[in-house]
Design a protein around this ligand. Structure first.
Ligand code: SAM
Length: 336
């Protein structure tokens, strides 16, 4: 079919422009509809699959005319709808692309982690600059001397089941902080009242820092909010002994999953730690994860102690911190 030649340099609403505007609008609306349909298909498939008994899934699926592989993809799309931000996608192909690239980065992370685990086996368990313990926050009390730590800077888990760890943390802080020393504990807002009560039972409330996470927000369906911030609760053992002035708002560049699934941004932690942690201080993180606090503490000339119940978190952090220590003081570490 021969298309009429577009007449250029006319008003924006000349016939081809108007037709293109209409077609493009319809194309976008259809594409959005396709994404909505794909998600609804995934949702229904997930619902039915949950209800069907073992062996009943494939025969039932045959009735829908959707093959097993496509069904799997629709269900994946639905389950991971938050990651792919379906409201921002203009077509289903984009959704698959986003999922495939998330898959690739998860694999890369896993490979990196494996490589690190192997290298960790060859690293010394402690250096002059840091020590890491595969033990819980509660067990850390038996390891650490009373009044021996300047700063506890940490980021425990946020699940309801993990709430009681804040009691262990308060106990640990009361035991090992030097008089005037501080606990800085990153939390989400959902369980704020309970956490304030647990920490306040043993320590003195000092301040709250607001930590804005740049990048995608996460939905908290229970409270109908999209969350893009954390709070860092600041408690002290007795009267705060520091003298530095600290800004209480941190704009971080999001998360850093290179070393841990829930790894925080090194730049975010640097922003506040560099104002308050001094060379020779002892910094403790009893929920170590990928060792973000450890890296910043070493950079600032502090000694670092970390605990985690996950052996692989310890192994990954050990490699990371050895590399940081070597970068900061190559001769000293080589001689260890
Ligand atoms: C949110 S992650 C910390 C991430 C870390 N801030 C980073 O940037 O990599 C919390 C860590 O606490 C550890 N954990 C959970 N319960 C614990 C406990 N009772 N004692 C010590 N570690 C614990 C988990 O294994 C996890 O590695």
């Amino acid at each position: 079919m021969k298309l009429p030649r577009p007449r250029l340099a006319r008003t924006p609403l000349d016939p081809p422009a108007a037709e293109l505007r209409r077609l493009h609008g319809e194309y976008l609306a259809l594409a959005r509809k396709t994404v909505e349909h794909a998600l609804r298909i995934g949702e229904l498939l997930c619902q039915v699959k949950r209800q069907l008994g073992h062996g009943a899934w494939l025969p039932w699926l045959a009735k829908t005319g959707i093959n097993a592989r496509s069904a799997q993809r629709f269900m994946t799309l639905w389950r991971r709808r938050r990651e792919i931000k379906s409201d921002k996608l203009s077509n289903v192909a984009d959704a698959w692309r986003v999922l495939a690239s998330a898959e690739r980065s998860a694999e890369n992370r896993e490979m990196r982690r494996h490589g690190m685990l192997e290298r960790a086996a060859q690293c010394a368990s402690a250096t002059r600059d840091f020590e890491l313990h595969h033990a819980s926050c509660r067990d850390a009390i038996a390891v650490l001397r009373p009044d021996s730590v300047d700063w506890i800077i940490t980021d425990p888990m946020y699940q309801d089941a993990d709430l009681p760890v804040h009691e262990d943390l308060a106990e640990l802080a009361a035991h090992c902080l030097k008089p005037g020393g501080s606990l800085m504990c990153m939390i989400g807002a959902l369980r704020l009242p309970e956490i304030l009560a647990m920490l306040g039972a043993k320590l003195q409330y000092h301040w709250v820092l607001f930590y804005v996470m740049d990048g995608p927000t996460s939905p908290v369906y229970a409270r109908k909010v999209f969350n893009g911030t954390r709070m860092i609760l600041w408690y002290t053992k007795g009267k705060y002994s520091g003298t530095d002035l600290l800004r209480d708002t941190i704009i971080s560049d999001g998360i850093d999953p290179r070393f841990h699934k829930w790894g925080k941004s090194i730049d975010g932690f640097r922003q506040f730690m560099r104002k308050i942690v001094h060379p020779g201080n002892v910094v403790l993180d009893p929920f170590l994860g990928g060792g973000t606090t450890g890296e910043v503490a070493l950079e600032l000339g502090a000694r670092f102690v970390g605990f985690d119940i996950d052996e692989s978190a310890i192994a990954v952090s050990r490699v990371r911190l050895n590399e940081v220590a070597a970068r900061l003081s190559p001769v000293a570490v080589a001689a260890e």
